[in-house]
Design a binder for this molecule. Structure first.
Ligand SMILES: Cc1cc2nc3c(=O)[nH]c(=O)nc-3n(C[C@H](O)[C@H](O)[C@H](O)COP(=O)(O)OP(=O)(O)OC[C@H]3O[C@@H](n4cnc5c(N)ncnc54)[C@H](O)[C@@H]3O)c2cc1C
Length: 316
């Protein structure tokens, strides 16, 4: 079996694509696990799961120790060779705890999974995006976490049949307990799901000038502004919600416009999967042009207003 779990339903749908592909090659079934909620069970089947296990538990919210014990009890009943877990903060902690409990191998943040000579082989980006590590498992199960947007979900197939199993799970209570959950303050910006992003970097002289980027984002109907690390972390002109890169958000929009961003590898690591990349920089040697599909060499203070009004004229 290939087992899929995440606390994010969107991520489960994405993982089911790869799980179905591996299961087909290995002639196995795909199990999706959901803890507590039955809400998306039917969707998971339409996205490719052969079995959906709904773990019914008294555990109200995510807690790594308890969720590890829930997945362990499911894994005990189903011989799963491959376990795919959504690579968000919770998923990474869960995967590593699960691997430790099972004495199994674990690859975090895989960007591809292949079968080479029937051996599960993973690829992941290392050294800030300068190299790809290719790794193989020799034991079982093989635990792999996959970040959001690495795979697109398969289109829903209402004819795909599957079984929904409700399973009551006794949770091993751990010694720790959650006392308070405090949500991070956010401006409500979601760069990770944006389809069009216009980003600003140190090429901007002052905070007020960022309106040039917002205006372009507005006419492109994207309305999403991103930025490089110095703008969020050092100058604090924008909140961390906008920060793109290795230590910021990873994005995959259809269009990414980088304005006054030099293109250091740590920034590229967060936006290299964008569909079309446009760069505006006054330095013709700027690294960003190596990653761009279209480059405009020029002063952003001259280029941006002209570009915005030309697009406005064209698309209204
Ligand atoms: C561990 C680590 C993690 C990091 N994580 C991230 C990360 O997640 N995201 C990130 O972005 N960075 C990250 N960095 C920082 C990264 O290395 C760069 O320092 C940063 O991306 C540079 O930001 P920038 O391109 O805005 O600024 P700069 O490198 O200063 O580039 C500014 C650019 O603007 C151009 N410019 C200046 N004036 C104009 C003008 N008038 N018109 C047009 N162009 C102009 C310049 O030619 C230059 O290319 C990280 C670094 C480390 C060490």
């Amino acid at each position: 079996m290939v087992l899929v779990y995440s606390d994010d339903p969107k991520l489960i749908a994405e993982l089911l694509n790869k799980a179905s592909d591996l299961a087909k090659q290995l002639q196995k079934k795909v199990i999706a696990v959901t803890i507590g909620s039955e809400q998306h069970a039917k969707d998971y089947i339409e996205h490719g799961a052969d079995v959906v296990i709904i773990a019914q538990t008294t555990q109200q919210q995510f807690k790594a120790e308890e969720y590890t014990s829930i997945l362990l009890s499911i894994l005990k009943e189903h011989s799963n060779e491959i376990v795919l877990i959504g690579s968000n903060k919770n998923g990474k902690e869960l995967a590593s705890r699960l691997a430790a409990r099972l004495d199994a191998g674990c690859v975090i943040d895989a960007t591809n999974i292949l079968l080479k000579d029937k051996k599960v082989t993973t690829e992941r980006v290392v050294y800030s995006g300068n190299a790809i590590a290719v790794e193989q498992f020799f034991g079982s199960p093989q635990i792999i976490t996959i970040p959001p947007r690495v795979f697109d979900p398969l289109p829903k197939n209402p004819n795909h049949k599957g079984e929904i199993i409700k399973k009551t799970v006794d949770v091993e209570q751990s010694a720790s307990k959650i006392i308070k959950v405090q949500e991070m303050k956010s401006e409500g910006v979601n760069v990770e799901d944006a389809q069009i992003i216009v980003s600003c970097g140190r090429g901007f002289k002052k905070k007020e000038d960022i309106r040039l980027v917002s205006e372009l984002a507005d006419v492109l109907k994207g309305r999403t502004v991103g930025c490089s690390r110095p703008i969020a972390a050092d100058l604090k002109w924008l909140s961390e919600d906008h920060w793109i890169g290795l230590s910021g958000h990873k994005v995959k929009p259809k269009l990414y416009v980088a304005c006054g961003i030099s293109g250091q590898i740590q920034h590229i690591a967060g936006m290299r999967d964008s569909g079309v990349i446009v760069a505006i920089n006054k330095d013709p040697e700027a690294l960003i042009f190596k990653s761009a599909d279209y480059g405009i060499v020029g002063d952003l203070y001259e280029v941006l207003p002209k570009l915005t009004s030309a697009i406005k004229e064209k698309i209204g």
